[in-house]
Design a protein. Structure first.
Lengths: 682, 187
């Protein structure tokens, strides 16, 4: 096999070398300024241009490990959902559990209920205070509407707030003025059963635009490890709008709203105590769960001078989920204010304040209940961030901290310090030390989860043993102190690279501690397991990414991530399962290699090769590593119509990526898929 | 899946890869698109015809128009192509400067990629000067610059701050204002 690879690489280079001469001015396809000056201004305004991406320029000024997925990456990836897009970014662990569930984390400690990540959509937090994680299956924004996704590895809490422990994902949708006209797309295939999007954008006046969209997606049942029907189909309808207006005085106003209504099949293994007519301890229950919700957000921004601006953002979100194990409904109001200004010639300051109120109703089931079925929680926050220019345009020091007050643990202080050195505009070095916390979730405090029932004799128990996971009102915040550094370079117009190193020191991580057993009606034993902060540990690793455009028509992007995670139990905790989840529940090595060709004659051809190392232990199950490939071929028939054919996970009929921890739903494997798509602009 | 099938798929993938690589160099990209920087440079060149500087800011009818470039970036670099061009009998001179204080004799100041704080001081410095400030930095015109270039749906547009133009005594022909997006200072 190695010989074949060597031969292949040699052939590739030979082909390109041999062919390169045929392409006129292969790297500099452009139109000379002197030719363009002959055109009128109106004609120039009508020319479509290629963007000499300002992205590296902007990134060069960031003292953090940032990776940006732009609209072109999104379109050419062939991905149909946001978690799959995140697989492009180095240091992000994405593993599919079934048709509607993903485990997504940054720099480790992954899981279906991973909770050390802050995910924002247009600046609005979309994590649920129930478990501090994200319901990815409800985030079905039309991918055509996304302008870019910024993935920031490492703590971002000083700026963004709690839960930005291991990273921040910022999904930014297009301004309504960038989606004028109509767009209709539809497609379907073997597993991505069908998906349809309609979008229409129009000018409302001189300076305002409205864009509305509707989307439906349906994914079929997958296969489980035995090849049987996994009963995990997913179906969702999403609708939304965005209004953007600007005044001539430098104010911008945005109003965004969306609504979704979905259903997803799940197969639970549920436990109970044996009854007179039913001697079993567990049964398998296929169900259909439902979720729906909506949100409304308004944002006002005023530009005062180039360095001074004000912004105010208000949002309301409502959702409800009906599952066999839990009924959840939640309302959240969020208020956020920011002021940015320059001070004393050297300081670029941002300060802000915010308030969030979240109220839930949690309907009890025989499996999960909450100590208070309904609760409202308050979060107050304020932050200050100062970028101090030490040597203008070369060396800057960034100091900042966020101060938050939550109902569970009171005041939390999350500071950071960063240093950025740009000896030349092409080279950037940065380093950072930060502290961040993952504040307790509603689940950590109040859950009562009748997790499993073991038959007599299983662990030496004389009677049936019911294991119960109990929330802990004394649960403290999980804490990280992170040390990071990085180097970014634009080696030439065609080559960029980025390396980031990190060492994360965690304390007070969540595990289970065995409580006092009690006898239930003389026929069974209840064994409580309390959520406690009895684990500490550290992770370290690095990520590297590089892009290379050898020709205008060929772009390569590669990423690699290495992660090592070591965890220790404290205070006599014996919860090896959760320790191993944190230590071994994430692949050590991950890589991605994407190649995008413009074949000419309006054809594009993309290949995406990626892989991950094995997952050592997730609830004591290990999952083998994998290497897989996606391929996409598209053809633009004129300016209005695009046809594409995408094959995903082509190397194997199916492969497992993850299993869910805690909640016992059956996982399915990631299948080979083939789908076609038509996009029409009008 | 059998081993044979695994190899079959691998071979297919390799072949597809190889095939696509070999045909690439032979085919041409679809219609050449100009870069945004070149289009902006050409637009700036054409705009000059619609701009009048006050008496004293530019001497005789035949004296050159000096375009000063502050900061790096592709737009500033593309402007070099305008150096030596002729516009209604005036030569265009493109000069790269290191600080705004050197812009005293420039009719046009193009601000490239500079520190955010520097932009504010540049705008303050040019506030009372008859200099047409131009940049493709975001929100440049809103923040007090005279002309800001923006990209919208893959095309280049420009924003003109008429308050800034008036303060700096630069007269802009209404034909140009008609096709520009207009902003005014809040005051």
């Amino acid at each position: 096999m190695n010989n074949i690879i060597v031969l292949l690489v040699a052939l590739v280079f030979w082909c390109c070398e041999a062919g390169a001469g045929d392409t006129p001015a292969n790297n500099q396809e452009d139109v000379a300024v002197s030719d363009l000056t002959k055109l009128s201004l109106e004609a120039l305004m009508d020319i479509e241009v290629t963007s000499a991406s300002r992205k590296p320029q902007r990134l060069a000024n960031t003292a953090a490990a940032v990776f940006v997925i732009n609209q072109d990456d999104i379109r050419r990836s062939g991905a149909t959902n946001i978690p799959d897009l995140l697989r492009m970014a180095p240091g992000v662990q994405v593993a599919r559990i079934d048709s509607s569930k993903w485990a997504v984390s940054i720099r480790g400690i992954n899981g279906r209920y991973s909770n050390k990540l802050l995910v924002l959509k247009d600046g609005r937090s979309i994590y649920t205070p129930l478990f501090s994680g994200v319901y990815w299956e409800t985030q079905d924004t039309p991918l055509e509407d996304i302008e870019r996704i910024e993935v920031i590895r490492g703590p971002g809490a000083a700026m963004w707030g709690s839960n930005a422990v291991n990273g921040v994902i910022n999904i930014i949708t297009k301004n309504a003025s960038d989606t004028r006209g109509g767009l209709a797309s539809a497609g379907g295939g073997s597993f991505e059963r069908d998906f349809e999007t309609v979008r229409y954008g129009t000018r409302l006046g001189e300076e305002s635009d409205l864009s509305v969209h509707a989307k439906h997606s349906g994914r079929g049942n997958g296969l489980n490890s035995g090849g049987g029907d996994a009963h995990d189909a997913w179906d969702i309808f999403t609708g939304g709008f965005r209004l953007d207006a600007q005044s001539s005085a430098g104010d911008t106003l945005s109003l965004l709203g969306s609504y979704y209504n979905g259903s997803f099949n799940e197969t639970y293994t549920l436990y109970h105590l044996p009854g007179e007519n039913d001697p079993t301890y567990s049964w398998i229950q296929p169900t259909t769960s439902r979720d729906n919700g909506g949100n409304l957000m308004g944002r006002w921004h005023r530009t005062l001078t180039y360095t001074d601006s004000l912004s105010l953002q208000i949002s309301y979100d409502h959702y409800q989920r009906r599952m066999i194990v839990l009924d959840e409904s939640r309302d959240t109001v969020d208020l956020d204010f920011q002021h940015r200004f320059a001070w004393g010639g050297r300081n670029d300051l941002i300060w802000g304040a915010g308030y969030r109120f979240s109220h839930d109703n949690l309907g009890a089931t025989p499996f999960i209940s909450f100590n208070a079925p309904s609760k409202g929680t308050n979060l107050f926050s304020a932050f200050l961030h100062d970028e101090i220019s030490l040597v203008p345009a070369k060396l800057a020091l960034i100091l900042g901290s966020r101060f938050e007050h939550n109902d569970y643990t009171g005041l939390e202080i999350q500071p950071n310090g960063r240093l950025i050195w740009t000896p030349t505009p092409q080279h950037t070095f940065w380093g950072a030390v930060s502290r961040a916390v993952r504040t307790p979730s509603r689940g950590d405090n109040d859950i009562v989860y009748r997790y499993r029932t073991l038959p007599p004799g299983a662990v030496g128990n004389p009677l049936p043993l019911r294991l119960e996971i109990d929330g802990n009102t004394g649960f403290a915040s999980e804490t990280i102190i992170a040390y990071e550094s990085g180097y970014r370079a634009e080696l030439s117009h065609h080559i960029t690279m980025d390396i980031a190193l990190f060492y994360n020191d965690y304390t007070r991580l969540r595990v289970l501690s065995i409580g006092e057993p009690s006898l239930l009606a003389g026929t069974s034993i209840s064994q409580p397991m309390l959520l406690t902060n009895n684990m500490h540990g550290h992770t370290y690793g690095y990520e590297a990414s590089a892009t290379w455009s050898p020709f205008d028509w060929w772009r390569l992007q590669s990423t690699y991530g290495y992660l090592c995670s070591i965890m220790y139990l404290d205070n006599g905790s014996t919860d090896e399962t959760n320790r191993k989840n944190a230590a071994d529940g994430t692949p050590r090595h991950q890589f991605s290699l994407r190649s995008g060709f413009d074949l000419g004659h309006h054809f594009e051809f993309d290949i995406w090769l990626r892989g991950a190392d094995r997952v050592g232990s997730i609830d004591n199950v290990s999952i083998p590593g994998y290497v897989t490939t996606d391929v996409r071929l598209s053809w633009k028939a004129g300016k209005k119509l695009e046809l594409s054919l995408t094959g995903q996970n082509l190397l194997k009929a199916r492969h497992p990526e993850y299993i869910p921890e805690m909640i016992n739903t059956s996982p399915s494997e990631v299948p080979r898929t083939l789908y076609g798509k038509v996009t029409w602009k009008f | 899946m059998s081993i044979a099938r695994v190899y079959m798929y691998r071979t297919c993938t390799c072949l597809i890869l190889l095939f696509s690589l070999c045909i690439c160099p032979g085919v041409q990209a679809d219609g050449i698109r100009p870069s945004e920087s070149n289009v902006k440079s050409a637009m700036l060149f054409n705009m000059i015809k619609f701009v009048d500087w006050p008496q004293g800011a530019i001497s005789a009818d035949s004296s050159p128009i000096t375009v000063c470039v502050l900061g790096k970036g592709p737009f500033g670099a593309a402007l070099d192509a305008l150096h030596g061009e002729n516009l209604k009998g005036r030569a265009v001179i493109v000069r790269h400067i290191n600080q705004v204080q050197e812009a005293g004799n420039c009719q046009i100041l193009v601000v490239g990629d500079v520190d955010r704080r520097a932009v504010t001081s540049i705008i303050e410095w040019t506030r009372q000067q008859p200099i047409l400030t131009v940049s493709d930095l975001p929100n440049f015109a809103q923040a007090g610059g005279v002309v800001g270039f923006i990209e919208q749906e893959g095309k280049i547009r420009f924003v003109i701050n008429i308050t800034a133009a008036q303060q700096q005594k630069i007269r802009i022909n209404s034909l140009l204002l008609k096709i520009a997006r207009i902003v005014q200072d809040p005051s």
